[in-house]
Design a binder for this molecule. Structure first.
Ligand code: ZN
Length: 672
């Protein structure tokens, strides 16, 4: 199997190449959905899959370059290409003749003889056809199409308003004394922002990296209040230019459209539609799940809040805590209690040792070995290439690009370069891209990571082994493909757990110069700080998740409840901290109203429960128990999206997921 040649990608021909390939794709769709073609796996699914694999092999490296070696030329190519690809996918999804072929395959006798993976490929395809409105009457289909176009516009407008309203606010500060308490790193950022606008002094904006340090460190209470108010009223009737940027009516319109679309597709409400593609099966299941977590965390959260109040009063007896005081006093309390900063541990985590530690852990758990390979074509001198092998040979390969640099997108991620599959009788092994943005080595010193960053690379490698250790041979359900949204973070969060285990962490956490192990008291402090205010953190996430879910689940088209009322009810039951009346958080809740997470915000917690509960079996049997590792490998990692996520979880854990493990890890429940 050949790897992509990055040095050989010719930008000036990418668009022509893309169009030519999409034309071939359209021809294949016409061919396989034709009247004379037998509705069989061999005649319909296989040619389509072969096309998809070839297309994705062509496109993945280009799209990857866009993320890690951006240029205005490449950017303009991608902006032209994305609508073409979306258009092609929409055509496929709404192709009735093709849909009918899949229906007939599912009804055929041979279908019964299919293995899990092939059945899943067919079932996922049928589901996606239905969700795009294919099976409807002509009239309904038209209505559905119109509404979904309208919804896309409203969601984009929501994002646009939020972005513009956020960007419009800024505050110029000339006098440094107004910024007392802020760390030098934040001041440097504010100074640079001012310089960019040809101003002296400091410039504050509502970008989160600017907002957060002010909330956490600024002694100036009036400044905190001013910024909090600006931030939490963005795109609302209390924000800037409400006549242009107020998202209130859009939220109502978005909810209405989603409900109507769900009804056309024969769901009771949008929450049910959202769950059609997720691991959670019913709205009740989601609500019970969230309420269970709430039952265990509201009381601890309220206690933490009381404690915070007491602490603040010990500094300023006249204070009544307001929303803009909470991060500030929390940070002071955290520093007083744990007296350590994430910077303190960096010398113990030089990146090469961390990588070796990670590979050793994966090797002990799953019996696979990671080996670096040289002489591979790469996009940048910092990029590297590795193979994962087991006793039988190579299982998968990955590229690793660790350091931040200009023209590279921020954050960390794993992405597929090649999917495992068998096409025309030939096995293609999976290949992954693993990308981080750590600070590069300087002056002959290695790159040194914080513990957070160590967890980041474990997290992404968790996604990586899900992608690379799969044994499924059909691309739509191999690796992370076809894994539901609320389950896909299982392997990634799961692997993070080893960063908190002495037996796993201490062997590689060694001082980059002296080789001395991470001092025990430092590790103890890190562990205690991990659960600082975990009740308050938990209820905040539950508040978002419950608000999102109730809003879509209880929607009444005849008399929609105002969303601020829904939020108020949720806050009364779970929130631990006070909110000012004018807080308009929903108007900037873009996860939900901009797309993606609608009636799905609960997924964050859901996946955390899965990973904590999966890890709890290792706690019971030993964190390096080879048999438990093998079971995780065989039941979860190898099987990708080839079977329902709940079945896979149960096969591994011997029962459905339970919330206790997460509560114990968060310090909200005593281990028994
Ligand atoms: Zn992730």
């Amino acid at each position: 199997m050949s790897l992509p040649l990055f040095s050989d990608i010719k930008l000036d021909t990418v668009l022509d190449d893309l169009n030519a390939r999409l034309d071939i794709g359209r021809q294949i769709v016409r061919d396989v959905s034709g009247d004379g073609v037998k509705a069989s796996w061999y005649d319909v699914v296989e040619p389509l899959q072969a096309f998809d694999v070839e297309f994705s092999n062509f496109w993945a490296p280009v799209s990857h370059l866009w993320s890690v070696m951006n240029s205005s030329e490449l950017n303009s190519i991608i902006q032209q290409a994305l609508p073409l690809i979306t258009e092609f996918q929409t055509e496929m999804g709404q192709n009735e003749a093709l849909y009918k072929k899949y229906v007939r395959i599912a009804q055929s006798e041979t279908y019964q003889g299919f293995d899990d993976a092939k059945k899943s490929v067919i079932q996922h395809a049928l589901r996606d056809f239905r969700l795009s409105g294919v099976g409807l009457s002509a009239q309904d289909r038209e209505a559905f199409k119109e509404k979904s176009g309208q919804l896309a516009k409203y969601q984009a407008k929501f994002e646009q308003n939020l972005l513009e309203a956020g960007n419009a606010w800024q505050k110029h500060i000339a006098d440094k004394s107004e910024l007392k308490g802020l760390p030098e790193s934040a001041l440097a950022m504010f100074r640079a922002a001012a310089r960019e606008k040809e101003l002296d002094g400091f410039l504050l904006t509502l970008d989160f990296p600017f907002y957060l340090p002010v909330m956490q460190y600024a002694e100036n209470r009036a400044l905190r209040q001013e910024m909090y108010r600006a931030y939490s009223t963005r795109a609302s009737e209390f924000g800037l230019k409400p006549e242009i940027w107020d998202n209130t009516q859009l939220i109502h319109d978005i909810l209405k459209l989603r409900h109507e679309m769900a009804r056309i597709l024969d769901f009771q409400n949008y929450a049910e539609l959202s769950l059609a593609t997720k691991m959670a099966e019913t709205p009740d299941q989601v609500l019970t799940f969230l309420e269970d977590l709430a039952n265990h965390s509201t009381e601890p959260a309220r206690q933490e809040y009381e404690e915070l109040q007491g602490f603040a009063a010990s500094i300023d007896p006249s204070i009544k805590l307001e929303a803009w005081d909470i991060p500030f006093y929390s940070e002071k309390l955290r520093q007083e209690r744990f007296a350590f900063q994430s910077e303190d541990v960096r010398p113990y985590f030089p990146v090469e040792r961390v990588l070796q530690g990670l590979f050793d852990i994966v090797s002990r758990l799953f019996g696979v070995h990671v080996v670096e390979k040289k002489d591979v074509d790469l996009w940048h001198q910092d990029a590297r290439f590795f193979e994962i092998r087991d006793d039988a040979g190579v299982r998968g390969q990955f590229y690793l690009d660790l350091y931040a640099r200009p023209r590279k997108r921020g954050g960390a991620w794993m992405d597929g370069c090649r999917d495992r599959c068998v096409v025309k009788g030939e096995l293609q092994l999976p290949v992954a891209f693993l990308v981080c943005n750590f600070s590069p080595p300087v002056d002959g010193n290695p790159s040194l990571l914080t513990h957070e960053e160590v967890m980041t690379i474990f997290h992404e490698f968790g996604h990586g082994i899900h992608h690379m250790l799969t044994k499924v041979n059909h691309a739509p359900v191999s690796g992370i493909n076809g894994v539901p949204w609320d389950a896909v973070e299982l392997p990634s969060q799961f692997l993070e757990n080893w960063c908190w285990q002495e037996e796993a962490l201490l062997p590689f956490a060694r001082h980059y110069r002296t080789g001395a192990p991470l001092p025990n008291d430092l590790f103890e402090k890190m562990k205690r700080a991990r659960n600082f205010q975990s009740g308050m953190k938990m209820v905040r996430q539950l508040e978002f998740a419950l608000f999102d879910f109730m809003l879509h689940y209880n929607y009444n088209p005849d008399k929609p409840e105002p969303y601020m009322q829904v939020l108020k009810t949720v806050r009364e039951s779970v929130a631990a901290v006070p909110y000012p009346e004018w807080n308009r958080f929903p108007n900037s809740f873009h996860h939900v109203f901009g797309g993606g997470y609608a009636a799905g915000y609960y997924s964050y917690k859901w996946a955390e429960v899965l990973s904590a509960d999966a890890f709890s079996l290792f706690k019971e049997t030993g964190i390096f128990n080879r048999e438990t590792g093998q079971a995780f490998l065989e039941e979860i990692l190898e099987r990708g999206g080839s079977a329902p996520a709940m079945d896979l979880f149960k096969a591994f854990r011997g029962r459905p997921p339970e919330t206790d493990a997460l509560l114990i890890d968060s310090g909200l429940l005593q281990a028994t």
